[in-house]
Design a protein around this ligand. Structure first.
Ligand code: HAM
Length: 424
């Protein structure tokens, strides 16, 4: 019997890990450029961190178990509750506002499908302690900038922006009896057939004429169209916030990448204000990222109320999108030097390799005496930029024969000179 890969998980052979590293490196560089600081937490938490707020789809997707001490434990399905716990734990000692990021490995017992696995990675960027819409703007500009780093253009993706607050005030205008039952239905709108959608809205307590008004509201494509749909001052205030956000985003030069999209509702229960999701243009894939403002999560978890906003971007759909656009790196392994011996002089290989590595260069060589042709083949496979022949007889004392595999040039040189040439 062969042991198989668990469903919804992935192996990362070196060629896959290279791609993963490229994604992580690009994420990390962009976060640091926007002055977010990196943090981490445990991969498992007490189950109640997730079930305490309940009602979420995510609770049904938990990988949980009882540990040997009899504790209810869950593998983390998302980072946000952990972040809220970190904030609560430090109480008032954290200087707010602050901007943090993390790249956690997450686990969800999902129905596996394209873009959705049971184990995946997710970049999280969050701003804690700011209730201003400029925090949303900082995150959204960050997303655009980072997607540009990957080589994506505004024609490749769009960030749909909406407001839970606006939806909530509109549902109040509609006199919906149970607004919290309506959100999950709206969130599934694109995923379920129209008749089921209407039946679910009815089950959530909406009468036919309320559904018609809600449908008209959800179809608005501009701030002005929404203005014509709403009446209450609360709705107007929530819309003003969206309008302010779009104005700032225009100043930051990312108007082309963002759009008002009231169909963005977000499945998670803790969002309280502006919400957004990143999609490929044409919406042919699942969301690349999603997030929004969650001002009451810390309070719901037993701490003080702290305004928070952030998002998660998964590695799976992002890699699919980059692959679709031909933007994934195709490079193999690389190494500065490959050392070749003509006479099977293994001690000399180790001696020269030690000098190169002490100087900070990467190098490789055969691990058993081998024919020169075989060693040259290994040099190519290793992606060496230069080969050094450690025991050639053409080099003057103190120098080595070398061959540059990138441009084909060859000659003799000192190790110091060769080292200088590969160092930035
Ligand atoms: P989420 O919408 O559940 O939000 O996930 C955000 C992103 O993570 C999705 O858009 C998708 O790219 C990726 N993702 C989610 N589930 C899977 C899966 N099963 N397989 C692969 N990728 C997946 C959250 O998790 C929020 N905690 C984000 C957040 C941070 N909100 C505020 N701060």
């Amino acid at each position: 019997m062969t042991v198989q890969l668990p469903k919804g998980t992935r192996d990362f052979y070196p060629e896959d890990q290279r791609i993963q590293n490229h994604i992580f490196d690009t994420w990390r560089k962009a976060c640091l450029r926007f002055a977010y600081e990196e943090y981490e937490g445990p991969m498992f938490e007490h189950l109640e961190l997730y079930t305490g707020k309940s009602g979420d789809e995510i609770v049904k997707q938990l990988y949980n178990f009882i540990d040997k001490g009899g504790r209810d434990i869950a593998l983390r399905p998302e980072m946000t509750p952990t972040l809220a716990r970190l904030v609560i734990q430090k109480g008032g000692t954290l200087k707010m506002p602050f901007k943090w990021f993390s790249i956690p490995r997450l686990f969800r017992y999902e129905r596996t499908q394209k873009g959705r696995l049971r184990e995946f990675f997710q970049l999280n960027m969050d701003i804690i302690g700011s209730d201003s819409v400029y925090a949303e703007a900082d995150l959204l500009v960050g997303i655009c900038s980072m997607l540009r780093d990957f080589g994506l253009k505004p024609a490749d993706f769009v960030i749909g922006i909406s407001s839970r607050k606006l939806l909530s005030t509109f549902l109040t205008e509609l006199k919906a009896t149970d607004p919290t039952a309506v959100y999950p239905v709206l969130d599934r709108r694109a995923k379920i057939p129209g008749d089921i959608f209407l039946a679910e809205l009815a089950a959530a307590g909406l009468a036919a004429e309320q559904v018609v008004r809600l449908d008209a509201f959800m179809a608005c494509k501009s701030i002005d169209e929404v203005k014509a749909c709403i009446q209450s001052q609360d709705s107007q205030a929530a819309l003003q916030e969206l309008e302010d956000l779009f104005t700032i985003l225009a100043h930051a030069g990312v108007s082309e990448s963002v759009a008002l999209d009231l169909a963005v509702v977000r499945g998670l229960a803790y969002y309280t204000g502006i919400v957004f999701e990143v999609f490929d243009r044409g919406h042919s894939m699942r969301a690349v990222a999603g997030g929004g403002r969650y001002d009451s999560l810390t309070e719901r978890l037993g701490g003080k109320k702290v305004p928070c906003v952030g998002f998660g971007m998964g590695d799976v759909v992002l890699a699919d999108l980059l692959s679709d656009r031909g933007l994934l790196p195709t490079t193999g392994p690389t190494v500065d030097f490959y050392l070749v011996t003509f006479a099977g002089n293994m001690p000399k290989l180790f001696e020269v390799a030690a000098s190169l590595r002490n100087a900070g260069c990467s190098c490789s060589h055969a691990l058993a005496p081998a024919k020169v042709g075989k060693q040259m083949e290994s040099a190519n496979i290793a992606g060496a930029s230069r080969v050094i022949f450690v025991d050639g007889d053409k080099a003057p004392p103190g120098e080595y024969e070398f061959k540059n595999l990138k441009d084909g040039t060859q000659g003799c040189s000192t190790l110091d000179q060769l080292i200088k040439e590969v160092q930035p």
